[in-house]
Design a protein around this ligand. Structure first.
Ligand code: FAQ
Length: 348
């Protein structure tokens, strides 16, 4: 359904790009030494080689990666919360076991991503402090409530589906540790998407009430999933540079279009209506046309005023505080092991 086959050639420049895109850095070098390093960096990018943690990189490239990777990590761990709320209420043991495994996978993705961001010289403590203070962003989509069991299936189908669409091109991101983390994450997200779809298929084969529950969940999540891809290319301040650096490979609008095109046939098989009267196949464009996204609502949510922002952040902060003793115990154990090892080495 959503697989690595979505990995397609890079798009052309996003709307608003001032010059043709090539994978070159644009930060002015400060010294001769930096100029040589910048040339090596540009050569690597143009040859589509990966930049690795030990390589020289422009500070703006490093900063952009820390921003994007840490936001991505935060999204994964905050993303555990809406579905996590249903673990104790899953309708069967089988669904409970699947949901626990899925939520745990999302936690794992957060950990790979924090590790990838740490290779850029920012500590995990700093990244978490930024999340907890509200300074760092995480995906808008996780600030909406999960009202019924069908929401869990819809998150798998649409939210994981949108996440994969965005993440498959990131497997070719120019920064090695991020690209490699994405390969594994995408494989797991693809499985999550299928389990969500399968759960919805089961509900759609059920009673009229269950079918209505799925339709209601699709109605509530559809537009939020389209907004997840980020602002239109013309209002996306980070896109042009992100694409020049080979961090982003496909623009926000192009990914959104690919998601719509892939999802419409899936909705037909499922037997649900996507809540957009303007959704229509456009023969000339060979794409689906779709209606206008409510960007005011998106920005309100991104800026902390969505329906669940405060609750999500408070839950994360509480979980972090309650985990303090675990971190202390792990540190005490590591110190003890280090002491033992150094005593052994001295004795040898
Ligand atoms: N929510 O200039 P652009 C998942 C911000 S993982 C909040 O276009 P960029 C797994 C953006 O940060 C989902 N903020 O920015 C899962 C920027 O603000 P800044 C997360 C958003 O970076 C499934 C400003 O707007 N995935 O779902 C959003 O070039 C199920 C201007 O935007 C990733 O993070 C948004 N939706 O493009 C877990 C993928 N969109 O930082 C549990 C990696 C934009 O300048 C259950 N990230 N903003 O203050 C990316 O691909 C990019 O960062 C974009 C944004 C595409 C998200």
């Amino acid at each position: 359904m959503y697989t690595q086959s979505f990995n397609v050639p890079d798009t052309t420049e996003p709307t608003g790009a001032k010059a043709p895109l090539s994978l070159v850095g644009v930060v002015s070098p400060l010294s001769e030494q930096d100029a040589a390093a910048q040339t090596r960096f540009d050569t690597k990018l143009n040859a589509d080689q990966k930049i690795e943690p030990q390589d020289w990189m422009p500070e703006a490239y490093r900063k952009t990666l820390v921003r994007q990777i840490s936001q991505h990590a935060h999204s994964e761990i905050v993303g555990m919360l809406p579905e996590g709320n249903w673990i104790s209420r899953a309708p069967s043991l089988k669904r409970k076991a699947i949901l626990i495994a899925k939520v745990q996978d999302e936690g794992g993705h957060g950990l790979y991503l924090y590790s990838a961001a740490e290779t850029l010289g920012t500590s995990r403590d700093q990244m978490l402090a930024d999340l907890h203070s509200g300074k760092a962003k995480y995906s808008s989509i996780f600030n909406y409530p999960t009202l019924t069991w069908a929401d869990v299936g819809v998150i798998g189908w649409l939210v994981d589906g949108a996440a994969i669409m965005n993440q498959i091109p990131l497997c070719r991101c120019s920064y090695g540790p991020y690209a490699r983390a994405m390969i594994r994450v995408c494989k797991e997200e693809s499985f999550h998407q299928r389990q969500g779809y399968e759960s919805l298929l089961t509900l759609m084969r059920g009673t009229a009430e269950q079918q209505a529950m799925v339709q209601d969940a699709v109605n509530r999540w559809w537009w939020k999933c389209l907004a997840m891809f980020g602002p239109p290319d013309s209002d996306s301040p980070n896109s042009v540079q992100g694409m020049r650096w080979g961090i982003k490979r496909i623009s926000n609008d192009d990914l959104r279009q690919k998601f719509v095109d892939a999802t419409v046939p899936q909705a037909e098989v499922l037997g649900v209506r996507l809540p957009d009267p303007e959704l229509k196949w456009n023969e000339a464009r060979q794409h689906y046309d779709f209606g206008a996204i409510d960007w005011d609502e998106f920005w309100a949510t991104v800026n902390g005023n969505g329906p669940c922002n405060k609750e999500r952040l408070a839950t994360r902060v509480k979980a972090h505080q309650e985990g303090q003793w675990v971190r202390e115990a792990a540190l005490a154990y590591a110190n003890k092991q280090a002491q033992k090892n150094s005593l052994k080495q001295e004795a040898a």
